[in-house]
Design a protein around this ligand. Structure first.
Ligand code: ZN
Length: 346
């Protein structure tokens, strides 16, 4: 019997076409993996073909083996091709889905900014620097001498009752005013000189909308010959108009401070209420802004200066109050509250 075309050839051909078609139609990698197991896996249809070689007549076995091996090669190739195609499709889909747009501006990190007290203090320092003043930084923990004695406030003096003091165990204190730098400055600089010293001061007192236990002042001191009150007031006007950036209404009242003679209170019309009266100005329409005056001879002597030759003027500017007026802040306690709802407005 001459078998030109053994029956298994048609069977192998049909089986090959069937697998190639199913593999080409595999929808995803999981489906392809199932087809791989079912075809070339250990118990797969294509794998089984090789095992049938022993059932064939010996003269056909070589051809059959080659043909079965060819089936396996075609199916393996089809599986690899389909796998590559499916993976590429996944990658294409990911790239098409990706909404990243390099032209969209990024999210900026939150940045800090100067505290309103620092802003106004820097402006004041700038104004005074331009007028030839040194800007000095003196200790917050002070001696009783520099905070009281040297400023003509001996221990028996009733003026000490005006400033409730945080005393430290070693007899030092937290400065109750920046005036504590006056004698330090006189001992440092040869007259004539002019200086401002800004900083925190401390009072042992109850807090309300216009009082804090910790607040900020700027002390100003000028020592020269022939110093007058007119000179002082002119300097104050220059400062206040520069800082508040507007014409301000001020009034001068006699004021008693042991370290000046004569002494004054410079009041400024309340800018929160425009003079009508509010909680900040205690319904008066005015705010005490500046105690000031000509330096008392006793203070000059404590600083090693001869009052016959040298005079001076001094002021203590309430920086916290100035900031409140500048920005219309209704409660001094907001300044040191650390409340970001307040601070982020500046
Ligand atoms: Zn007011």
């Amino acid at each position: 019997m001459n078998q030109a075309t053994p029956s298994w050839r048609a069977e192998l051909h049909a089986l090959t076409q069937d697998w190639l078609q199913r593999i080409a139609l595999a929808a995803d990698l999981a489906g392809l993996r199932e087809l791989e197991v079912a075809s070339v896996g250990k118990k797969g249809d294509v794998t089984a073909l090789m095992r049938r070689v022993g059932t064939l007549p010996p003269e056909e076995r070589r051809d059959y083996g080659a043909a079965a091996g060819d089936v396996r090669t075609q199916v393996d190739q089809a599986l690899a091709d389909r796998k590559t195609a499916l993976e590429q499709a996944i990658l294409d889909a990911e790239l098409a889905d990706d909404t990243f747009d390099e032209t969209v501006p990024g999210l900026l990190p939150k940045r800090g900014h100067p505290h309103p007290l620092s802003l106004v203090q820097a402006e004041i320092e700038s104004v005074f620097s331009s007028m030839g003043f040194h800007v000095l930084d003196y200790p917050e923990v002070e001696s009783e001498f520099d905070n009281f004695e040297a400023l003509n406030i001996p221990s028996w003096h009733p003026a000490r009752d005006m400033q409730d003091t945080f005393w430290l165990q070693d007899g030092h204190l937290l400065r109750t005013h920046t005036s504590s730098g006056q004698v330090r400055a006189m001992q440092t600089f040869a007259p004539p000189f002019r200086a401002v010293f800004p900083g925190k001061v401390y009072r042992y007192e109850a807090t309300d909308a216009s009082h804090e236990h910790t607040f900020h002042q700027v002390e100003g001191l000028l020592v020269d010959r022939h110093v007058s009150v007119a000179h002082l007031l002119d300097s104050m006007r220059t400062l206040l108009s520069a800082i508040l950036k507007t014409d301000v209404t001020v009034r001068l009242r006699p004021g008693y401070f042991p370290f000046v003679e004569p002494g004054f209170e410079l009041d400024i019309q309340c800018r929160v209420c425009g003079g009508k009266g509010c909680s900040v100005c205690k319904q008066s329409g005015w705010l005490e802004l500046l105690p000031c005056g000509l330096v008392h001879p006793h203070v000059l002597r404590a600083g090693g200066l001869d009052p016959e030759e040298w005079q001076g003027w001094a002021f203590g500017l309430g920086l916290s109050r100035l900031v409140m007026m500048r920005f219309g802040v209704p409660d001094v306690r907001l300044l040191l509250s650390g409340d970001t709802r307040f601070l982020t407005q500046f």
